[in-house]
Ligand binder design. Structure first.
Ligand SMILES: Cc1cc2nc3c(=O)[nH]c(=O)nc-3n(C[C@H](O)[C@H](O)[C@H](O)COP(=O)(O)O)c2cc1C
Ligand code: SF4
Length: 342
């Protein structure tokens, strides 16, 4: 998860404790080039990060967002060639994922927020001769982009426990696809509860952001420690140029500035560009409109400590960030989550 948060140190530490650590593919070209001092493109940087994580941890997965259209295929190929154990893909429907390159032993796992989305993906993947190896069901309490319209986030029907039964039914219809739930899961008891409700696994983000091994800078971790319930908001107009609601700490400097449209539009990273009518990647609403959109590429890179003096950081978290009161080693957290300690 997360630009510059979940890199090989965190993913490998999780794998060493028996979990599946997930690297975020976003902006890896810049982040790995800066770290190694060697200029790398998306394919090479992805290959490097997965290889390092597998060497140090055994298993390694990667999250590749559909919204990162320009780099999507190269991220997938780099991950597959490096032998990633899983590719998890959301922030849009990953309809073409199995068609990019034969996945061999790599599990392909879409992220959905409804049974309908899973149905659409399974139908499309069936035509490509593939069935999801598992599915992540992400509810509205998660960090990052949310797969709900802004007016649907607080609906009772969209609580994770209410979304699970129809998604489980749909997963059964396509051959018992394992369902991994995500969003607001915090304790061992939460995990036990969702497994009892029929989930086959859980995915967690926010608590791992607040670990020693997460690559988030101290400033980001401190913002998580300081965040109270009322500080965690869903950004929308101004919001993400990807068009999905995006959860942030409201004191994040880039979010606070965007409320006053203080940053003039400037596009120098281009990760979320879409194609124009000539097929060139030139379109992003944040390029031209700083009233409704913030520049998410620069905000998230800055939160990861990249370009920190030139751009303000944007801190994304899940709702449970308000419960985090200390930074712990991954081993300590995994022992707690697996019920070895309380
Ligand atoms: C800092 C942060 C960054 C995230 N980045 C991504 C991402 O790049 N792609 C994605 O699909 N999900 C992303 N997420 C969502 C997580 O993968 C996860 O599903 C979600 O946060 C789970 O909820 P929790 O944070 O309450 O555990 C991010 C979450 C956080 C907290
Ligand atoms: S305007 Fe900002 S958010 Fe949009 S593609 Fe360019 S750098 Fe990224």
């Amino acid at each position: 998860m997360g630009v510059g948060v979940s890199l090989h140190p965190l993913a490998a530490a999780v794998a060493r404790e028996g979990g599946l650590g997930i690297i975020s593919s976003a902006c890896l070209d810049r982040l790995v080039s800066k770290r190694t001092g060697k200029r790398m493109g998306t394919y090479d940087a992805t290959y490097e990060e997965i290889s390092l994580s597998k060497n140090l941890g055994g298993l390694a997965g990667i999250n590749i967002m559909v919204a990162l259209v320009k780099d999507y295929a190269n991220s997938v190929k780099g991950a597959l060639d490096a032998g990633a154990d899983a590719i998890i893909s959301g922030a849009g429907l990953p309809l073409s994922l199995p068609a990019i390159q034969h996945p061999k032993e790599t599990a392909l796992i879409p992220i959905v927020s409804s049974a309908r989305a899973l149905d659409i993906i399974c139908k499309k993947w069936e035509k490509l001769g593939y069935r999801p190896d598992a599915v992540v069901l992400e509810g509205p309490l998660a960090g990052g982009h949310l797969g709900f319209r802004i007016d649907q986030i607080d609906l009772d029907a969209n609580k994770l426990e209410n979304l699970l039964p129809p998604v489980k039914d749909m997963a059964r219809k396509y051959g018992d696809i394992p369902v991994i739930v995500a969003g607001g899961i915090y304790t061992h008891a939460d995990i036990v509860k969702f497994i009892a409700l029929g989930a086959d696994g859980v995915q967690m983000g926010t608590r791992f952001l607040a670990t020693e091994e997460s690559s988030a800078p101290e400033e980001y971790k401190q913002a998580v420690l300081d965040a109270k319930d009322e500080d965690i908001v869903v950004a929308h107009r101004p919001g993400s140029p990807c068009g999905l609601p995006f959860r942030v700490i409201k004191q994040s400097p880039m979010y606070a500035s965007s409320l006053k449209a203080l940053r003039s539009p400037k596009c120098d990273k281009g990760y979320v560009l879409l194609k124009d009518s000539e097929g060139k990647f030139t379109l992003c609403p944040a390029k031209v409109n700083n009233k409704d959109y913030f520049c998410i590429c620069n905000g998230l890179l800055s939160s990861a400590g990249y370009n920190r003096t030139e751009e303000e950081p944007l801190y994304t978290v899940g709702t449970s960030a308000s419960r985090v009161d200390r930074i712990v080693p991954v081993k300590y957290l995994m022992d707690e989550l697996t019920g070895k300690t309380s």
